[in-house]
Design a protein around this ligand. Structure first.
Ligand code: PLP
Length: 283
């Protein structure tokens, strides 16, 4: 595949960065994952805006204006073969001469983008839902930032993988935060519940779309703190992300969620999401 590194498009296998890059040494960087349907980036303005917020918060100068980012992403999409793509966009604080926690006097951010085929959940996975486990959320207190320092997320996701499960649902102090790489919604008494945005979870682009679709279609929904026990006794639990879209969690820690099959509210939301995606693709 073709990637973009610091101004040039090149084969991914040929791209090289310095081992002195702070992205490599410290995980000192910000990233985004942007889904592309029929060669059209989905919600790109929102992804670029979130990137800007992360960069501001971690004090990496944003190397591009929004329009430039959109041009780079568009060019990368055009240079890769797949119709549906997942664009990975990464900005690190760049290289330094010495390994030093303090920022370099002059920051030269490294900009790296690559494309992969976008593989959304198959019909079989959608029909069965996925199994998840739970774990204590031991990440830092700025989970609202999409930084490349993902060691905690990797360790937490692996807890699920080691048990043959797809995702780890995280609880902090008795409350639901999110998944290791997704946001989590639940349904109780037919009402969709979502945890409020805070420093303890990533404000998902898909999370926003799901709440917009709930409002648009008149689905009762509340954004409020969700207790661990409310998740364990929910009728439905879903995970959402740019690549997984809306996916039912049908077992949690080996116990069925609801009747153990994807529920009606989630199936409807998945259909609304597909419909919404298609209308955006046609503009
Ligand atoms: N939460 C975490 C920790 C994530 O890594 C992700 C992204 O994969 C999400 C939530 C979902 O965010 P989005 O819907 O913007 O992909």
């Amino acid at each position: 595949s073709i990637c973009y590194l610091d101004g040039s498009y090149q084969p991914l296998t040929e791209a090289r960065i310095s081992p002195m890059d702070r992205g490599f040494l410290f995980g000192d960087g910000a990233y985004e994952v942007i889904p592309v349907y029929s060669r059209r980036p989905f919600r790109i303005a929102e992804h670029i805006a979130r990137l800007g917020r992360t960069l501001d918060a971690v004090r990496i100068p944003n190397p591009h204006a929004a329009a430039e980012w959109e041009t780079i992403v568009g060019e990368l999409v055009a240079r890769n073969a797949w119709v549906d793509q997942s664009i990975y966009l990464h900005v690190s604080r760049g290289p330094d001469e010495r390994r030093n926690h303090a920022f370099p006097a002059v920051m030269r951010p490294t900009v790296f983008l690559m494309s992969e085929a976008l593989v959304t959940p198959s019909a079989e996975v959608l029909a069965s839902g996925v199994a998840a486990v739970s774990a204590a959320d031991f990440r830092w207190a700025r989970c609202d930032l999409k930084t490349t320092a993902l060691l905690a997320n990797c360790l937490l996701r692996q807890v699920a993988i080691d048990k043959g499960c797809a995702e780890t649902v995280l609880f902090r102090d008795g409350f639901l935060t999110e998944g290791a790489a997704s946001n989590i919604f639940i349904v109780r008494d037919g009402v969709l519940l979502a945890p409020p945005k805070s420093h303890l979870m990533l404000p998902g682009i898909t999370y926003d779309v799901v709440l917009e679709l709930a409002a648009r279609h008149g689905l009762k929904h509340r954004v409020r703190e969700i207790l661990e026990d409310e998740v364990r006794t929910a009728e439905e639990v879903w995970l959402t992300s740019s690549t997984k879209e809306v996916l039912a969690i049908t077992s949690l820690d080996g116990r069925p969620v609801g009747d153990g099959r994807p529920g009606p509210v989630g199936r409807e939301m998945h259909a609304w999401y597909q419909e919404f995606k298609n209308t955006v693709m046609r503009v």
